[in-house]
Design a protein around this ligand. Structure first.
Ligand SMILES: Nc1ncnc2c1ncn2[C@@H]1O[C@H](COP(=O)(O)OP(=O)(O)OP(=O)(O)O)[C@@H](O)[C@H]1O
Ligand SMILES: [Mg+2]
Length: 239
């Protein structure tokens, strides 16, 4: 039987704003196989971040179900959701959310600290992750002492810290020039293959989307089209 790492059924999200309602999601179905490397594109306001937040248990849908690694997370009590997020989801955001007072190494160790991984083990894994993203020699730098691309790579290492089921990335390369963005996505793809972690990447950049295996197009709170993208093989071919 096919193992889905992420499955969403008939998701809706209605924000009530006084007398007005905003229908941010209007029935989204999504099935991502283990190890999928896919992207979401769509105009501003089409519901991309709302969908990511609901898949990542940062918010609840108005109706519908979400399964992560086979477990229905929409059936769980509010109080267990922080644990589910910690264990199953790695987040990457455009502003990268690195803690400015912590070094690169400490930033990568943080999710493991929350998961109560012993300090020595967390340190060892953080060093390993930083070496995977090519930043061993920047481990003691503060975020402000890193370039934008390096900060994105630290955020990627941190997202993978607890070996999540899925990495949910909301415009992770939005602040980068296109060359650096392409390098970060190539790195994400390599780590996707090596770790088997599913990646779902929201992006406005067609060059980023084309490097994933599938592009989901969203419009007005729905997935309106799924496009098979060039993926990495296509990128190699055009080089
Ligand atoms: N907390 C909220 N309260 C009320 N309305 C919201 C809230 N969050 C989002 N919305 C509305 O829901 C719709 C979808 O927003 P969302 O942030 O998911 O869009 P998006 O596709 O991520 O856009 P962008 O590309 O600009 O990031 C928008 O119309 C937005 O105004
Ligand atoms: Mg958004």
């Amino acid at each position: 039987m096919q193992q889905w790492s992420v499955r969403a059924e008939s998701l809706t999200k209605v924000y009530k704003m006084g007398k007005n309602e905003v229908h941010a999601l209007r029935g989204v179905d999504l099935e991502l196989e283990e190890g999928a490397f896919v992207s979401i594109m769509g105009r501003s306001g089409s519901g991309k971040s709302t969908l990511l937040h609901i898949l990542g248990c940062l918010d609840r849908p108005t109706s519908g179900r979400v399964y992560l690694g086979g477990e229905e997370v929409t059936a769980l009590a509010q109080r267990v959701l922080p644990r589910v997020r910690r264990e199953k989801v790695g987040f990457m955001f455009q502003d990268r959310n690195l803690i400015p007072t912590l070094t690169a190494l400490e930033n990568v160790m943080l999710p493991m600290k929350y998961a109560r991984v012993p300090r020595q083990a967390a340190r060892g894994r953080a060093e390993q992750l930083l070496s995977w993203v090519g930043l061993s020699d920047r481990a003691r730098h503060l975020p402000a002492e890193l370039s934008g691309g390096e900060q994105a790579r630290v955020a990627l290492a941190r997202a993978l810290a607890n070996a999540p089921t899925v990495v949910l990335a909301d415009e992770p390369t939005g602040a980068l020039d296109s060359q650096t963005a392409a390098e970060v996505v190539a790195l994400m793809h390599r780590l996707n293959r090596e770790s088997g972690t599913t990646f779902l990447i929201v992006t406005h950049d067609p060059l980023v989307a084309q490097r994933t295996d599938r592009i989901y197009h969203m419009m007005d709170g729905k997935i309106t089209r799924v496009e098979k993208a060039a993926g990495e093989a296509g990128q190699e071919a055009v080089r």
